[in-house]
Write a protein that binds this ligand. Structure first.
Ligand SMILES: Cc1cc2nc3c(=O)[nH]c(=O)nc-3n(C[C@H](O)[C@H](O)[C@H](O)COP(=O)(O)OP(=O)(O)OC[C@H]3O[C@@H](n4cnc5c(N)ncnc54)[C@H](O)[C@@H]3O)c2cc1C
Length: 401
């Protein structure tokens, strides 16, 4: 049997899976198909160093050119899979070509979610997901004087910080009562809100957009925010249409088990497009992070090569805004206790979150040692760190792992 593995989606998860399959000893053919013209590249710098011209495009690829030939990975970049025929085990490309598979991996990522606001189709309204988007945004930023960012999530705030660093007039328009609400606790939101204000940006909270016009953004309260560039930082939606059309179970993502298997045992799904049972929270979760894409790919490679190992990696994430690095370990939702380690005024501190006395997460602000310690503590089921120890900067966190 040739055991042909076809990977759809040449992003962070797809390239890691191709790599890990070879490391796990898969000798059969591997084909990596991706819509984008480029070989897989890093997305995180697109809203940060790349936008600010501090990182050249040549530094973005996730693997060197030689990788594909050395590992015998066949590539089909610039091509989109339009259908999966599970009965005949084939995929169809937009070129009308049909490829057979024995096992299939869905690494489809997510698309920018654009809410139904009138005017989002105007030429000065941009969003950021791909390298092509980033290049377009960079060009637009060069000539823009005023920028309105709709959505105060990670990507919106990172773009806002980059635009402000370039000297633009920046207005952040957030519908909720605090920034990054979906991912961080209130003190962290307030810290970043103040950070953006301190750098001269306007942060509007609980503010809804009525429409985007050629001159800017009209708010529901009637105010007009002048802007020659509008950036939609309104989140993403998982790419799951292809999976749904082929009859796979989906619910805010392609549903997988702890081994990355979909409702079809010959198909795995990983990364931003997949919703997995999370061992830390006990809930079905879809994570949008580099860590999740890489660690799930390693698990899926094991599954596809015959070793069932459950996905139990500690989630972690980072965001760079101005001179601040936020690093998050674990998932803080559902915490009943939180303590601060360090001093907020020093702009280097961490918040440790506990539930029923057990550490569940830590958000670190310019405190990388705390972040690394939290990851190691969270990786250990015992998680003996107490809130008192976490709050005491005299306590060496290394003693807790
Ligand atoms: C601007 C930006 C900044 C970010 N910053 C951070 C950060 O600081 N830290 C962090 O942890 N994460 C960050 N992320 C998130 C991180 O990049 C994603 O979580 C990660 O890329 C997910 O990997 P993935 O492989 O699941 O999806 P992707 O990397 O999006 O790859 C999916 C690929 O599949 C392709 N595809 C989809 N459908 C098809 C099809 N039918 N046929 C062929 N190809 C298809 C897509 O075109 C895409 O190239 C950032 C993301 C963006 C956009």
């Amino acid at each position: 049997m040739s055991d042909q593995i076809v990977i759809i989606g040449a992003g962070q998860a797809g390239i890691q899976l191709a790599d890990s399959l070879r490391r796990e000893g898969h000798e059969g053919p591997v084909t990596l198909i991706g819509t984008e013209d480029e070989a897989p590249y890093q997305r995180p710098p697109l809203s940060k160093a790349f936008l600010l011209d501090q990182l050249d495009e040549s530094r973005l690829p996730l693997r060197p050119d030689a990788f594909y030939e050395q590992r015998d990975i066949k590539t089909r970049f610039g091509m989109t899979v339009t259908a999966i025929d599970r009965a005949h085990k084939t995929v169809t490309l937009d070129t009308s070509e049909t490829l057979p598979y024995d096992r299939l991996a869905l690494c489809l990522g997510a698309n920018v979610f654009i809410p139904p606001i009138p005017g989002t189709d105007l030429p000065h309204v941009l969003a950021l997901r791909t390298l092509a988007d980033a290049k377009q945004l960079k060009t637009a930023l060069a000539s823009a004087e005023s920028v309105a960012v709709i959505g105060g999530g990670f990507i919106g705030l990172e773009v806002a910080a980059s635009a402000r660093k370039m000297g633009k007039t920046v207005t952040i328009i957030e519908a909720l009562d605090r920034v990054m609400k979906r991912a961080v606790s209130e003190p962290v939101s307030r810290f970043f809100e103040a950070l953006h204000r301190d750098h001269g940006s306007t942060v509007l909270l609980e503010t809804l957009t009525e429409e985007i016009t050629p001159g800017g953004v009209r708010l529901k309260n009637g105010d007009m925010i002048p802007a020659d560039l509008v950036v939609m930082g309104t989140g993403v939606a998982p790419c799951q249409e292809l999976a749904m059309a082929s009859g796979l179970h989906c619910e805010n993502g392609i549903l997988v088990d702890e081994f990355a298997r979909t409702s079809d045992p010959d198909i795995v799904a990983i990364g931003d497009c997949a919703a997995h049972p999370n061992y830390l929270t006990g809930q079905t979760l879809r994570l949008e992070s580099v860590q999740n894409a890489i660690d799930q790919a390693k698990i899926a490679a094991k599954t596809l090569t015959g070793t069932l190992e459950p996905y139990r990696a500690v989630p972690w994430f980072w965001s760079d805004q101005f001179d601040i690095k936020l690093q998050m370990a674990g998932l803080s939702g559902g915490a009943d206790t939180s303590v601060t380690r360090g001093n907020k005024a020093d702009r280097s501190f961490s918040i440790f979150y506990f539930r029923s006395g057990k550490l569940i997460a830590a958000d670190s602000i310019n405190a990388p040692a705390d972040h690394m310690a939290a990851r190691r503590i969270l990786a250990n089921d015992a998680r003996t760190l107490t809130p008192e120890q976490a709050a005491d900067t005299g306590f060496d966190l290394k003693q807790a792992f």
